[in-house]
Design a binder for this molecule. Structure first.
Ligand code: T4K
Length: 372
């Protein structure tokens, strides 16, 4: 029997190497490696235009962008957030000495349940940090309504939401700020990278200071900033990726459609519902293995793994059960029933533009076999 090649949950989208060489030659010739070089400036402009947003500040990664977004708006005290996310969301709060307050998710969208936010607000609450989980938008109108009533800021962790539009408008425009990730595993990657999307030039200026140690000019430091800058090599990768992004998104859509067709008649397997007015990026393919499925989620995970298919249980275990959070009153499982249930049911299937059709067919067969 020939060994099967491993399939991972994702694979970075890499345009042909020869297309990257001219960028490297330019960097070598100019000797400009970082600190707001020409590729950095160009990528900020091209991304803002592509995404349909006013301003955007590039970062070395999404986590530093989250930490800095909280700094930029001077958020402190308590922040309401979701437990159903990657570690970085809540960690960005701890790095700012902010207490996370976990609120349960909507069982259909996997996003922060807006109807549960009000009961979590205390005099110490300063902001809401929701996540557009898997790139599917939060109920932004309802969240903004609650934020307006209580005078709270809203920062969206939009790490998964590159290019997502609702009614043709980017969801990155919602809230006070939105944070993107361009990590290797993301829809759009700059090796490592991230960005803060912001509505006006003044706040972008402050964010730009903060990501460069707080330097306003050679001799003036206006804030205790951090080093969050994106390098020229990463920015060049971003420019190249942008040239191929529409094809990459189309390939993801086709792969997702094949999954949808394969599992549509199996009531014990649920894929996310996607509203008709949404231009989704198919960043992930979460499949929920319901209790009446003949095998459990973990058994399915093991079956796939035995065949060299490395699906991932994003987001299990829940962030709220990590040792640094589980002592919080808001982290008790009784308080977060939907998040706990979905974390036990979810398995994210491989999805990336170059996933070979025969590998996907093999994977689908294995999943279907568990339904018999
Ligand atoms: N907020 C949210 C909601 C997030 O999901 C994330 C990151 C952030 C904030 C923070 O953004 P960044 O600071 O990362 O920019 C991965 C990613 O590292 C992480 O970026 C992502 N979310 C998270 C959901 O997934 P891991 O620990 O699962 O990564 P890893 O190394 O196990 O990679 C998964 C698979 O991808 C591997 O099995 C193989 C493949 N892979 C991975 C890398 C790194 C490759 O083929 N090539 C590669 O270079 O966290």
């Amino acid at each position: 029997m020939t060994a099967q090649r491993p399939i991972f949950v994702t694979e970075p989208h890499l345009p042909p190497l020869q297309e990257f060489i001219p960028y490297l030659e330019q960097i070598w010739a100019s000797k400009r490696l970082t600190n707001g070089g020409p590729f950095h400036e160009q990528l900020e402009k091209e991304l803002a235009a592509y995404l349909g947003v006013q301003h955007l500040s590039l970062f070395a990664n999404g986590t530093l962008a989250l930490v800095t977004a909280l700094q930029a708006l001077r958020i402190g005290g308590e922040v309401i957030t979701t437990p159903y996310t990657f570690a970085a969301t809540a960690h960005s709060l701890l790095w700012n000495n902010i207490k996370p307050v976990f609120v349960d998710i909507d069982p259909v969208t996997c996003n922060l349940d807006p109807e549960r936010i009000e009961e979590a607000i205390t005099p110490a609450t300063t902001a809401i940090l929701p996540v557009h989980c898997y790139g599917l938008p939060c109920d932004v109108d309802r969240i903004q309504q609650v934020a307006d009533i209580y005078g709270l800021k809203v920062i969206y962790d939009a790490a998964h939401a590159f290019g997502v539009k609702k009614d043709d408008i980017s969801i990155l425009n919602d809230g006070d700020l939105a944070v993107l990730s361009f990590h290797a595993t993301k829809v759009m990657n700059t090796f490592e990278g991230g960005a803060i999307v912001c509505p006006d030039a003044k706040i972008k200026q402050r964010i730009d200071y903060l990501k460069n140690f707080g330097f306003a000019n050679e001799t003036t430091v206006v804030a205790p900033g951090i080093n969050g800058k994106m390098s020229e090599v990463c920015a060049a990768m971003g420019l190249l990726q942008l040239k191929h992004i529409d094809q990459a998104l189309a390939a993801r859509t086709a792969i997702h459609q094949r999954y949808r067709e394969a599992f549509q008649d199996i009531p014990s397997l649920r894929l996310q519902q996607v509203p008709g007015n949404l231009d989704w990026n198919h960043a992930y393919c979460p499949l929920f293995v319901l209790p009446d499925h003949p095998v459990s989620r973990d058994a399915l995970y093991d079956v796939l793994k035995a065949h060299q298919i490395h699906a991932r249980r994003y987001f299990y275990p829940l962030v709220s059960s990590f040792p640094m959070y589980r002592g919080l009153a808001s982290a008790t499982p009784d308080h977060l029933p939907h998040a706990h249930r979905l974390a036990e049911q979810v398995i994210c299937l491989p999805i990336y533009p170059t996933l070979p059709a025969d590998d996907q067919a093999r994977l689908i067969d294995l999943v279907l076999q568990t339904a018999q």
